[in-house]
Write a protein that binds this ligand. Sequence first.
Ligand SMILES: [Zn+2]
Length: 559
Amino acid sequence: RTRLMISDGRHYCIAMTRSQQSPLVYSLIRIFKSIHQTIKDRHVLMLATWEIASEPVEKIGSPVDLSEPKSEPPPQVNPSSTNSSYAANKPASGYTPQKDSNGGYGGGMDDPATKRITSISGLNPYQTKWMIRARCTQKSDIRKWSNARGEGQLFSCTLTDATGEIRVTAFKESVNQFYPLLENDQVYYISGGAIKPANKQFSNVQNEYELVFDHNTTIRRCTDGTHTSVPGTRYQAIDLSQLGEKAKDDVVDIVAIVKEVGDTSSITSKTSGRAFQKRELVVVDTSGYQVRLTLWGADAENLDVRAAQANAVIALKGAKVGDFGGRTLSLPMSGAMALNPDFQEAHRLKGWWSAEGSRQTFASFSSGEMGLGGSGMTRDERDAASFRFLAEAKAENLGGNEKPDYFGARATVTYIRQENFAYPACSSEGCQKKVIDNGDGWRCEKCNKLFDAPNWRFIFALNISDATGQIWAQVFNDQAELLLGTSANDLMALRDRDQAAMTAVFNNVLNNTYAFRLRAKSEIYQDENQIRYAAMSILPVDYAQASRHVIKMIEQLEI
Ligand SMILES: [Zn+2]
């Protein structure tokens, strides 16, 4: 049990804590939960939950003994004695520095020399004056946008100190001002800017607040030698096996071993028309899983391939979870990567790899159809994760890889190719091969059998549209039967009997909106690689579910 003297600037009293933390004299502490007791007529606070909010500051005010209001301030205690520290308790209204006689703030809040440093974990929107000493990581490129409301630009980075991390964004003119000042892995004194509740959608930085640089912001490189006390990137790494519980687009930290390194390949962005590099790795960890990781652009090109091929430890900050073919990872621009980083978990992994990992076989999340590996996901989440607008599916180049991609869409049937809606198939069980009318019957080459009549099976193309675009989708027999409510044999018979009645069957479907499950697959067609779509299922739209999904999408637009 530790005994402290705490002060809020006006009064001081004794505090007791069982915590192992021992703040230095004049540290600011934040008390979340405490119990008041009176011991021998003296006020004593039993601190249940509290934290050190900053390194030592100057003494605040001239506090008097809470138990004897008229007494003198306490004598100076020996700063080396941490067991009876005099620590300043931060007032709930936020820490306001006392103006000194010169009208300045205790020697200048903006002067690093005073070492009046706020911890990142202590930053909150109620603070007016603060300065952090932090390492810059995950600095992004400048992103520009232009829309109906105008043009803009932004960049972001993460600031880290021993107590925590915070996401920072700069917009507009602040980008020009601060982008050149910050370098990844360097330490800075930073003060000023707006502290706001964090938008968790874009990062997994562990802070309920984020910082926006503005005209009050000052940034100064830390050149006083104290930078070594500021740790680098903080990883809240999860095991690869835990990816099964993550949803698409979740952001995670991973520390793993590189098992395989692919070559770079060039990809052309369908949206911007820009070419960029892509590289795939396979990473594994002690959880016994292996996962495919995609690096883009500079990350793909500048990878130290030799180190990676030697089964480097790879640490990923802010990697994005994908669900194509089970679970995959990719490193977006906002993420950061380090090979063979120097921290304990990395060394432990390296040891595990040489001792046993390299001889182990690994499980993977891959499955034919995406989403199925998403154990623990509700139907809503699974469907929302795989939902694409048709233009999105094209822009993302779904189906552009060796394996087909599957996605969901809500689209309206705008046209049906009725000319050859069915083909004559073999009637043998399990054989669907096309049969040929050779005059005395329908012949199956595969079964080497002759049939009096073919078994007609549907195959036709639908043109479907949503608000963003249109595609042609192939429909096969089973789905077509459900869609049209009739068999191909019956419809062929109807065509011969009553052409108008047959057309009516198709028109019944025209202009209806359905929930499609689509497969996108790369196929060679007339010597050209084309992405072809097929309808795996066509169901009535569940409008309640669709509404929940749209509401979610609208919520995510609020930045
Ligand atoms: Zn056959």
